[in-house]
Design a protein. Structure first.
Length: 462
């Protein structure tokens, strides 16, 4: 049984345990000849039985699914002849990939060596046996644990306290998982970044003005060292993001002010959903629009004015990206403005202020922290966008501030470096992690500045 189906079956068994525990608590509450008071509501007895059935089974399922692949790979590799044993991790990865392709049918057994074909059969058998054992063990644990939880139901059992204690630990585990995931991402990126700086000097990466990571396979080839200056990439990222913000922030903020303060109910009911539909359009569609409509229009317009412009430009990518980000600014700003207490509006109007003065002097300052949060979210969305830049701005890492020239961004280069089969011992591939680390630090700095601004104005208008 596949893990997804087994997970669904485990949840079904937990639901069955819930109803059995619920029914048993009701029967204990009303014995023959009288009424017995329960320590907790029947719901808590059922929830306790469900937790007893589901949590151990899910733990077993998670541990088995996490370690079965590695154990099976070790068994398969250990069964190969001595002459085919891999010497490095890279060779082991390639060998396992070949064995997996044969096992899945993507590669015919006749095209590989006999030991590889035998290893593929062994791999298939081990996977089948592992699924069978995993299914039996998980179902057995769910049934036995649920039965024990059902047997331990007593009228004086404080099921509510136990259920709340279990939920507290479940919430703690979820919070810890989120934190550990973040820490794991940081450490993995930092580790690969340090490996990259072992191959490329830190000063060259930070202060270099040329980006050409196409390293050669042999030292005697041309451009075997490559160039890893990040300045052109961050310049392109900032240029496109700035253009997007110039489009998105005024349009989105003014739209939010109109919809929240000036538009009638019917107009708001029509315009607001239409505006939010922009957020549901796939980015590849925006990329097509930028590449086929906006970029040629900008190029033709510049040519008619005697200005040289590339067919792919930062202006085209930034303008379309700004259109895409308008709903983020508009929706969040609209919600924040509507959250301002009505008493502040009424007080301002009662003192003789106009609606425009009330908006400028009262509502906007009070909503400024939330508006800043929406703009920060829009900036993060612009920095992380990839598809529109690829289709409308190109891949050339040019160091320029001219919005009519071709540029690229950090995220585009990360995708380009990690596309296809890559060797994670080369500076070319490791450069993606270094770019990711620098982008993380830049975003963190941006968050810190925005939080300081929000805190300052929040203290002022609270």
């Amino acid at each position: 049984m596949q893990p997804a189906n087994l997970l669904l079956l485990t949840l079904v068994l937990a639901i069955v345990a819930y109803w059995l525990g619920y029914a048993r608590s009701r029967s204990l509450a009303m014995p023959l000849g009288g009424i017995r008071h329960l320590k907790s509501l029947p719901f808590y007895y059922g929830a306790r039985a469900a937790f007893w059935s589901g949590i151990p089974a899910l733990l077993v399922l998670g541990l088995w699914a996490a370690f079965q692949g590695k154990v099976i790979q070790l068994i398969v590799i250990g069964g190969l002849p001595d002459g085919m044993m891999p010497a490095t991790d890279g060779e082991a990865s390639l060998l396992l990939s070949k064995i997996s392709n044969v096992a899945s049918g993507a590669l015919p057994p006749g095209f590989v060596e006999a030991p590889i074909a035998e290893a593929a059969e062994r791999l298939q058998e081990l996977r089948t046996q592992s699924r069978f054992l995993m299914s039996g063990l998980v179902i057995s644990v769910a049934v036995l644990a649920g039965f024990l939880g059902w047997l331990r139901i007593r009228p004086r059992l404080n099921a509510r306290a136990q259920v709340e204690s279990i939920l507290k630990w479940v919430f703690f585990a979820c919070a810890a998982l989120a934190i550990l995931t973040t820490v794991g991402i940081i450490f993995s990126v930092a580790f690969e970044t340090f490996r990259f700086f072992g191959k490329v000097p830190f000063t060259e990466f930070i202060f270099g003005s040329h980006w050409s990571p196409q390293t050669a396979l042999r030292a005697d080839q041309v451009a075997s060292q490559g160039a890893f200056g990040m300045i052109p990439l961050f310049t392109g990222t900032l240029l496109i993001s700035a253009i997007a913000m110039v489009v998105a922030v005024p349009v989105g903020l003014l739209s939010a002010i109109y919809l929240s303060e000036y538009a009638g109910r019917k107009v708001r009911g029509v315009v607001k959903p239409l505006l939010e539909m922009l957020a549901g359009i796939p980015t590849v569609v925006y990329g097509f629009f930028a590449a086929l409509t906006v970029a040629p229009f900008i190029s033709d317009l510049a040519a008619s004015m005697g200005i040289e412009a590339s067919s792919q430009s930062a202006l085209a990518a930034g303008a379309v990206m700004g259109i895409m980000i308008i709903p983020f600014v508009s929706s969040l700003s609209d919600d924040v403005i509507n959250a301002v207490p009505q008493a502040m509006r009424d007080g301002s109007l009662a003192l003789g202020a106009t609606q425009s003065e009330t908006m400028k002097k009262v509502i906007f300052p009070a909503a400024l922290p939330g508006i800043m949060g929406g703009i920060l979210l829009a900036v993060s969305r612009a920095i992380g966008e990839t598809m529109i830049v690829v289709m409308a701005a190109g891949l050339a890492a040019n160091l320029t501030a001219n919005p009519l020239e071709t540029v690229t961004t950090v995220t585009v280069q990360i995708v380009t470096l990690l596309t296809g089969d890559q060797e994670f011992d080369s500076a070319k591939t490791l450069a993606a992690f270094a770019l990711g680390a620098m982008l993380f630090l830049a975003t963190l700095l941006l968050n810190v500045i925005a939080l300081k601004i929000v805190r300052k104005y929040r203290e002022q208008y609270d």
